[in-house]
Ligand binder design. Structure first.
Ligand SMILES: C[S@@+](CC[C@H](N)C(=O)[O-])C[C@H]1O[C@@H](n2cnc3c(N)ncnc32)[C@H](O)[C@@H]1O
Length: 337
């Protein structure tokens, strides 16, 4: 009997969907990186031979990627499999592509080597490797789509001349701010070489080398620098969890007051540990975020834990926004207490 005629039981279909979802996740990442997803977004259709010729891609691999996407109804392929058109799942997959990229391109090695991350004996030294360049690119997209609109709301009425972005990733936030406010100067701080490389490229492309500088340093142990005295706004997105566990978070937040003595605002946005979620009910991203950070031994606080730390942090909440996707996410605007 051919596969097409096979009638799978509900359990077997569920299992097949799990398997196919893993392939489709990698396919979303690949399709975005090679420009296929953007072409589908632009035109609603892509011819496999035309796309492959224009991008010097192997047509059979492009087709395989599209077939994988069709398994989750992101696209539909015609009977001849020469072209694909967007399907019901496309819009959502396009909007959330950064999460897929973060997972498969950014954390792919961690996931494929997961069995070797379990035994205590194997968890020594530098046992986790992630692709910091891919993570910066993924986070740029996630932040632009989900965090920047509420961030812009929180910025209204905030007066600032020099912004330091902690864990700046691609520096996209600094570039956006410098673009919108001609008086602003930015300092991007990140520990990862891949992030600094992505930042340098993006700052050069935006022609902002004279307004945005980069510092490769560990935010948890920041070396003092004269230029930090000018900083009146500190931002920190999608890395606040690196301040934890709790006792470190209190110390870290207090230390930021010393590192940036003239900061009038600290805007911090992050995703928290989920509460009340189990089994098949996990929303988009949550399961990946929590699994990866558990393997990395990075504690992820709940929203309540964040609130309790802020009370002791030397900062007080002046304004806030809650974010539905990624679920359990927030942005706080803090001012010195
Ligand atoms: C999830 S990404 C977010 C990037 C960026 N903030 C954004 O919103 O797109 C977290 C970034 O924080 C950086 N990071 C993590 N721990 C850090 C530390 N201790 N010091 C400096 N940067 C750190 C990572 O290298 C990465 O670029």
């Amino acid at each position: 009997m051919g596969t097409a005629e096979q009638q799978l039981s509900d359990e077997a279909q569920y299992c097949a969907d799990t398997f196919n979802g893993a392939i489709a996740s990698a396919a979303v990442s690949a399709a975005w990186e090679i420009g296929l997803l953007d072409e589908l977004e632009r035109a609603g259709r892509v011819g496999i031979d035309e796309f492959s010729a224009a991008s010097r891609a192997h047509p059979d691999v492009v087709r395989a990627i599209l077939v994988a996407l069709s398994s989750r109804r992101i696209v539909t392929l015609g009977p001849a499999r020469t072209a694909a058109t967007t399907d019901v799942g496309f819009e959502s997959a396009y909007r959330t592509k950064g999460f897929f990229y973060w997972l498969t391109r950014g954390c792919g090695e961690l996931l494929t080597t997961l069995p070797a991350k379990v035994l205590e004996a194997d968890r020594q030294g530098d046992f986790v490797r992630r692709d910091s360049r891919a993570i910066s690119v993924a986070c740029r997209n996630i932040a632009r789509t989900f965090f920047d609109p509420p961030f812009r709301e929180l910025l209204q009425g905030v007066d600032c001349a020099t912004v330091a972005d902690l864990g700046c990733g691609s520096s996209d936030r600094l570039i956006m701010l410098a673009d919108q406010m001609p008086q602003i100067r930015g300092i991007g701080i990140d520990v990862a070489a891949g992030a600094i490389t992505v930042s340098k490229e993006a700052i050069a492309e935006a022609g902002m080398e004279d307004r945005i500088s980069l510092v490769q340093d560990d935010v948890l142990n920041l070396a003092p620098r004269d230029e930090y005295a000018a900083v009146d706004l500190v931002t920190c997105f999608l890395m606040g969890h690196d301040f934890w566990p709790r006792e470190n978070a209190v110390t870290m937040l207090r230390r930021l007051r010393e590192s940036f003595p003239n900061a009038k605002n600290l805007i911090i946005g992050d995703t928290c540990r989920s509460t009340g979620v189990d089994g098949p009910g996990h929303p988009m991203f949550t399961l990946g975020f929590e699994t990866v950070h558990t393997v990395m031994d990075q504690y992820i606080p709940t929203l309540d834990e964040w609130s309790s730390v802020l009370e002791e942090s030397g900062w007080r909440i002046a304004d806030r926004r809650m974010i539905d996707l990624p679920a359990f996410s927030f942005i706080y605007r803090l001012t010195p207490a």
